[in-house]
Design a protein around this ligand. Structure first.
Ligand code: PEP
Length: 249
């Protein structure tokens, strides 16, 4: 069976009550007739309940982070079980901004993946190399090392989407070429085939993130191993996000 496309919108630390309300409303309209793609949006934790209650149509709601622990004496954290209890079923883990600004290690990300899956969440697990690592020809080593830390903690691959997000393309306007992205996606799929199983490799969605816009998504999506997108900036504009989703149908 062909893999269905997957598109995530990462709103990051953006939004006010007003802007989140109007984006939720616009997205509900612009995506109402979309069929055939799995779509999630990830508002800030504070805006999650509002978006969860008010979004209409085919869009699911996703968190941007969880604690690696359960509920308890962990001030400032949000647990997987809280999200699940609320009805939220997705979380982004291993985003390069969490790795870089909050010093999240491969090991911690692995623990979060394990805990999220244990508590019945689905995970968008991100990997990607920095510009320096790419220049030093370390891309394959970096992304497979990150993928191994994730894979070692996966109990159910049907609830995992892998996002390849080269750090140098995130929020920079510099998108990977379809060929550059395809090369890494193929490497990731081959790694999964060898280290996990050929059927998991065949089924798992590997999505690309890094300055995806309506103008570049179609050509990227034409590549055999690109199953959709994780979108930052363009997901804050309902028309652009809807156009990106439509380019995957
Ligand atoms: C992201 O934050 O995951 C991302 C890909 O951002 P942008 O689309 O803005 O590059």
């Amino acid at each position: 069976m062909p893999r269905s496309s997957f598109v995530g919108g990462n709103w990051k630390c953006n939004g006010t009550c007003n802007s989140v309300s109007s984006l939720t409303q616009s997205l509900s309209t612009t995506t109402s007739n979309i069929v055939g793609a799995e779509v999630v949006v990830a508002p800030s934790t504070l805006h999650l309940p509002f978006v969860f209650k008010n979004i209409r149509g085919p869009i699911q709601v996703c968190a941007q982070n969880i604690s690696s622990t359960g509920s308890g004496a962990f001030t400032g954290e949000i647990s997987a079980e809280m999200l699940h209890d609320f009805g939220i079923r997705w979380v982004i883990l291993g985003h390069s901004e969490r790795r870089k600004f909050y010093h999240e290690s491969d090991e911690l990300i692995g623990e979060k993946v394990r805990y999220a899956l244990l508590k019945k969440l689905s995970v968008i697990a991100c990997v990607g190399e920095s510009l320096e690592e790419r220049k030093n020809d370390e891309t394959t080593n970096v992304v497979t090392r990150q993928l191994k830390a994730i894979s070692d903690n996966v109990s159910d691959w049907s609830r995992v989407v892998i996002a390849y997000e080269p750090v140098w393309a995130i929020g920079t306007g510099e998108v990977a070429t379809p060929e550059q992205a395809q090369t890494v996606h193929e490497t990731l799929r081959e790694w999964i085939s060898k280290e996990v199983s050929s059927s998991v490799a065949e089924d798992v969605r590997i999505i690309y993130g890094g300055s995806v816009k309506p103008g570049n998504s179609k050509l990227l999506f034409e590549k055999a191993d690109i199953d959709g997108f994780l979108v930052g900036g363009a997901s804050l504009k309902a028309e652009d996000f809807a156009a990106i989703i439509k380019s995957t149908l």
